[in-house]
Ligand binder design. Structure first.
Ligand code: MLT
Length: 283
């Protein structure tokens, strides 16, 4: 489905019934990265996914948009869907977008899941890397970006042994236009530091990280979970950056446990599931 939002068409999915879960995808992917979650959670929740501006089936505009603008698109989409409160799940750039969303619309956030992301702004080296990648997108297109990003998105073991996943991720990246990729890179380079926001996040928050995430390493997730008052941390074994896609069963189990404890009011429980380490930083 598509709807006009802030002057462009935004593509989204809306399935299931119950408390809304809103999933925000990573760079340079699309709502399709959440397929392993949608299939499971739409049985119990209302599940919303969207293609951020410049991604997948949403329109692209070449301009200096910010992640605050991306967050406003999410807000407008939720207004269109008559959703006033939701649990938000964002991975990597999706997490940066959620921090921008929380800064602007905290009253809409019942709970947060920050997966494989970080609170810090880019340093000068990071910004220079964004500029170089934007130039590569401009001169060589999404194929070159896929070659650069796949080793950062998936763990070495998955890249070696799961050619099916590698091809699915490549296909997702190739559906994006160079302009959308460039706008993302500018928006990420310009994002503000969110470390001072962490102590002000007043909702239950699950921080998830793949143990082999090289793009936003586990130390970044420890940092966030320690500073968010109701922060809980889950480390997912045998996963790199897109932990929800590489280890969907473990990711889904972590999310289910978090939701049943915090949205259905049963109290947070430690899981004994293999491949997942829960740690409540405040214990
Ligand atoms: C992402 O997965 O969204 C990106 O790797 C984030 C980043 O480059 O900082």
């Amino acid at each position: 489905m598509k709807t006009p939002i802030n002057g462009i068409n935004i593509a989204y999915t809306d399935s299931g019934q119950g408390h809304p879960l809103v999933f925000i995808h990573a760079f340079p992917l699309s709502h399709e990265m959440w397929k392993p979650q949608v299939a499971v959670f739409e049985q119990q929740y209302r599940v919303i996914t969207l293609d951020l501006r410049g991604h997948g089936e949403s329109d692209t505009q070449l301009w200096n948009f910010t992640l605050e603008d991306y967050a406003k698109d999410v807000y407008e989409l939720l207004c269109h869907l008559d959703i006033h409160h939701a649990t938000f799940i964002g991975l990597s750039m999706g997490g940066y977008t959620l921090l921008a969303f929380y800064r602007q619309f905290p009253a809409m956030v019942s709970a947060l899941v920050l997966a494989d992301t970080r609170a810090q702004a880019d340093n000068e080296e990071g910004k220079a890397g964004r500029l170089a990648m934007a130039q590569t997108a401009h001169t060589q297109g999404p194929t070159a970006i896929a070659d650069l990003m796949i080793p950062k998105l998936l763990s070495a073991t998955t890249t070696e042994n799961r050619k099916d996943l590698v091809e699915e991720v490549r296909t997702m990246i190739l559906k994006n236009q160079s302009a959308g990729i460039i706008v993302d890179l500018m928006a990420m380079a310009a994002r503000p530091d969110s470390t001072s926001l962490l102590s002000k996040i007043s909702c239950p928050t699950l921080v998830i990280v793949g143990e082999n995430d090289v793009a936003t390493p586990p130390s970044e997730s420890h940092y966030m979970a320690e500073r968010i008052p109701q922060g809980q941390l889950v480390t997912i074994s045998h996963a790199g950056h897109i932990s929800n896609y590489e280890q969907p069963e473990t990711f889904n189990q972590a999310l289910k446990t978090f939701l049943s404890g915090n949205i259905q009011g049963k109290g947070f429980k430690k899981s004994e599931n293999d491949g997942m380490r829960f740690r409540n930083e405040k214990e």
